[in-house]
Design a protein around this ligand. Structure first.
Ligand SMILES: Nc1ncnc2c1ncn2[C@@H]1O[C@H](COP(=O)(O)OP(=O)(O)O)[C@@H](O)[C@H]1O
Ligand SMILES: [Mg+2]
Length: 241
């Protein structure tokens, strides 16, 4: 069976730094895969290569078996890959609802004017933002901005949702709510998720499989349980030998 997403031997250099080196992995439809690695391991660069923000120096990215590497981000988004940004970037002067509407209009879904409002309501409900719909994005707390980042990505109707540290900076209670939110969104929509998160507990609960990067290279993959027992992963990432 063709994977929803296949990353095949992808590399990206920035000057003398090889941020991602010959990385391959795949994500099946509906699967949740985690991407782990210390700061600077290449996780965000890999997201940028998949979502079209960067072109790879070599290697391929396939969506439903078709090559998409090097295409513009909006074209990749319309084919069903939605993402959040580690540094959140909603339109600060638009309201929460307007930010969601932008995602609906520019994403993969086809919505008439009539059902736009209803789709906005659904996404605001799913992400717990309904009571904040009229607020300007700039007025939100960090937790609120992270949820809006998720709402904007969901609004593009992704089949693959890529989440870059949506729990970073949240309190344990907020992170717990974010985890439940992601689990219920996954259960309801059945979409595939590629998730970067430093919160190990959240990764264990969310992911059926984890890929580990170290200095831009893939050093392991497996179930979260197996990965946390893998000596190479422990040495490189968890810092113990
Ligand atoms: N736009 C860029 N220009 C130059 N170097 C970059 C750029 N983006 C990332 N890097 C470098 O690539 C490496 C991987 O970074 P990144 O993908 O952000 O790691 P992670 O998200 O795992 O923390 C780092 O050495 C970083 O400095
Ligand atoms: Mg990063």
């Amino acid at each position: 069976m063709t994977a929803l997403l296949e990353v095949a031997g992808i590399s990206k250099r920035f000057g003398g730094v090889t941020a991602v080196r010959d990385v391959s992995f795949s994500v099946a439809a509906g699967q949740i895969v985690g991407l782990m690695g210390a700061n600077g391991a290449g996780k965000t660069t890999l997201f940028n290569l998949i979502s079209g923000s960067f072109s790879p120096d070599s290697g391929r990215v396939l969506l439903d078996g078709r090559e998409i590497q090097g295409q513009a981000p909006h074209r990749i988004c319309r084919q069903g890959i939605g993402r959040t940004y580690q540094i959140v970037r909603p339109f600060p002067n638009l309201t929460v609802r307007e930010n969601v509407a932008v995602g609906l209009i520019f994403g993969a879904g086809r919505h008439g004017r009539a059902d736009l409002r209803q789709r906005e309501d659904e996404i605001l409900e799913e992400t717990g933002l309904h009571s904040l719909a009229g607020q300007r994005a700039a007025e939100l707390t960090l937790a609120g901005r992270k949820r809006l980042e998720l709402a904007r990505a969901l609004a593009t109707s992704p089949r693959l949702l890529m989440l870059d540290e949506v729990m970073a900076g949240l309190t344990p209670a907020e992170a717990g709510r974010a985890l439940e939110m992601l689990q219920s969104i996954h259960a309801r929509r059945g979409l595939a998720i590629l998730v970067v998160e430093h919160n190990l507990r959240a990764m264990m609960q969310l992911c059926s499989r984890v890929v580990v990067l170290h200095h831009g290279e893939k050093i392991g993959q497996g179930t979260p349980e197996a990965i946390t027992r893998d000596p190479a992963v422990i040495a490189a990432y968890l810092g113990a030998a």
